[in-house]
Design a protein around this ligand. Structure first.
Ligand SMILES: Nc1ncnc2c1ncn2[C@@H]1O[C@H](COP(=O)(O)OP(=O)(O)OP(=O)(O)O)[C@@H](O)[C@H]1O
Ligand SMILES: [Mg+2]
Length: 257
């Protein structure tokens, strides 16, 4: 069965359109097994504000002190995950919410403890556990929280976590669902992007903030056995007549699928 990894932005969980759920059901009926990985940026920021902690980002990655990590896990696992699972269930999509670190699904390492604190990258994904849920007809819904071999919790950028899951499952497709229609330049969605075009857009500042880890992950999974990678909107129709609408990443310069 083909696997679809859907990364749902924290920016969009509360605003997912009806057509999002219709598309998910259509994709399931076309034979895709689906795993969700989600972020929780706005939920995390609003709780940090209550604790009077200022969010700090480095190239789109959230600097994660011990206090921040506690809030990150609280909001991802206790709020964003609950919300997404609930919405899926409400629409008749069987879903089970899990913290990424549960059962050792996502194992990782610190990226740069000094500069970023407890920010991690995934080194291993236990796909066996995910397959178990697929076999029973459930969509696993994962937070991007991971843990090190020796049990330290890590805050992983949700785009990067989704990319690792997609690679580990050799997914047919990895979709990044966010609050914009795709990668934009001068208010226009760019339909197809190569690696060098993407790099140019980062250099000229057209791609910034949270879009940086998203496009970097998109390109890195494409070269690692994932057939198709797209950034699409969760607010608008992203799947119609078997076609996806958004920004598609291309494996090689000039190769149009
Ligand atoms: N060239 C670009 N085109 C479109 N959006 C861009 C671009 N450059 C930066 N962005 C910003 O990236 C944002 C999407 O990334 P962001 O990290 O905020 O959301 P997310 O990844 O969907 O949510 P979360 O981080 O909570 O999982 C957009 O809302 C937009 O502000
Ligand atoms: Mg993001």
């Amino acid at each position: 069965m083909d696997t679809l990894v859907i990364k749902c932005g924290g920016s969009i969980i509360n605003e997912l359109s009806e057509s999002f759920f219709t598309s998910i059901k259509e994709l399931q009926s076309r034979g895709y097994q689906i795993v969700f990985v989600h972020g929780g940026g706005p939920d995390i920021n609003s709780m940090l504000e209550k604790f009077e902690i200022e969010p700090v980002f480095e190239d789109g990655l959230r600097k994660t002190t011990t206090d921040v990590l506690e809030v990150v896990e609280l909001m991802l696992a206790g709020k964003s995950n609950r919300c997404l699972v609930h919405k899926l269930e409400e629409h008749g999509i069987k879903a089970v919410g899990l913290n990424g670190s549960d059962g050792g699904i996502l194992t990782g390492e610190f990226i740069d403890k000094e500069k970023l604190g407890a920010v991690g990258e995934i080194h291993q994904v236990d796909t066996e556990l995910l397959e178990l849920f697929f076999d029973k007809g459930f969509c696993p819904v994962l937070t991007p929280i991971s843990s090190t071999e020796d049990g330290n919790k890590l805050n992983v950028n949700a785009d990067m976590a989704a990319g690792s899951v997609a690679k580990a499952l050799s997914a047919a497709m990895c979709l990044f669902v966010t609050d914009v229609k795709g990668v934009m330049k001068n208010h226009q969605v760019i339909e197809k992007l190569t690696e060098s075009e993407t790099q140019d857009l980062i250099t000229d500042g057209s791609i910034y903030g949270g879009m940086i880890p998203k496009v970097k992950t998109a390109l890195s999974v494409l070269n690692k056995g994932v057939e198709e990678v797209m950034i699409v909107s969760g607010k608008e129709i992203f799947y119609e007549d078997g076609q996806f609408i958004g920004t598609k990443f291309l494996q090689k310069e000039g190769v149009f699928k």
